[in-house]
Each structure stands twice: as structure tokens, then as C-alpha cells.
Design a protein around this ligand. Structure first.
Ligand SMILES: [Zn+2]
Length: 137
């Protein structure tokens, strides 16, 4: 498999470009982008693999999306996300949010909803994501 390297500045420029073109729909676009990456990454984790979340951690850290990530049953914390962007004044890790969704859906099955409730872009100590089963009302 071939890889390319994108810098944090590249990611930031793409995000700002989307923001100028399509406003807050940027978040959805980046989320879908990340989800596609997470879906593919989850295929590298064997079904029922005991340490599947540890494997997901190694993939995300190894590929440089985050410096450090801890994946638990219904909570994910990350430090050094490539998407931290203090100019946005909102949780900014939409690629990561999508990636986490793709990984959890791939590993667990079913539909998952991921919400970023803390973000280093907002000067929180780490980024924090809540994992919930998606419910349709
Ligand atoms: Zn964040």
C-alpha cells in the first residue's frame, strides 16, 4: 500500500478552504473523509481480535493522525491530533471523529455516533470523544 504525507498545515488549509466554500458543512465533509479512512483501517483488524482497540490505537498513532490515543468502550481521548486548530474556536477534529466512527463500527458492528466533547483547539488538555450506539427516533 502506498501512503502520502500531509502536514498539519495542509490539513488546516484544506479545512479553511472548505470553511470558505461551504461554511459549517465543512465538518460533515471532513467527517465523511475520516469515516472512509476508518472503515478501511478497520478491515486491517481481524474480526473478534481480542485487542482490537489496541490495534486501532497503533494504526492511528502509527499513521500520525494523533500523537497519543486511548480507545475505551465508550470514550476516546487523544492528544496531539493533526487537526488541532486554535483559530476555529470550536471542536475541530472531524477527520478523527469520522475515523473513530469507522473503526468502532468495523470492530463492533452496528451504527455508532461519535461526538467530540473536548478539544485541544479549545485549550482542553486533550480531545475527548463520546461513543454511542446510533438510535433512530
Ligand atoms: Zn480535537
Amino acid at each position: 500500500m502506498k501512503f502520502v504525507k500531509l502536514s498539519q498545515e495542509d490539513i488546516e488549509n484544506i479545512s479553511h478552504f472548505y470553511q470558505n466554500m461551504i461554511g459549517d458543512a465543512r465538518e460533515i465533509l471532513l467527517y465523511i473523509w475520516g469515516k472512509a479512512v476508518g472503515d478501511k483501517m478497520s478491515e486491517l483488524i481481524e474480526e473478534g481480535e481480542e485487542d482490537s482497540l489496541k490495534r486501532a490505537k497503533n494504526l492511528m498513532e502509527g499513521r500520525g493522525w494523533v500523537e497519543e490515543i486511548e480507545l475505551e468502550e465508550d470514550l476516546v481521548t487523544a492528544k496531539g491530533s493533526i487537526e488541532v486548530d486554535k483559530t476555529l474556536e470550536m471542536p475541530s477534529c472531524n477527520l478523527l471523529r469520522g475515523m473513530i466512527c469507522g473503526l468502532y463500527e468495523g470492530v463492533r458492528g452496528g451504527l455508532i455516533e461519535v461526538k467530540e466533547v473536548k478539544c485541544q483547539s479549545l485549550d482542553h488538555e486533550h480531545c475527548e470523544f463520546e461513543i454511542k450506539e446510533k438510535k433512530f427516533e
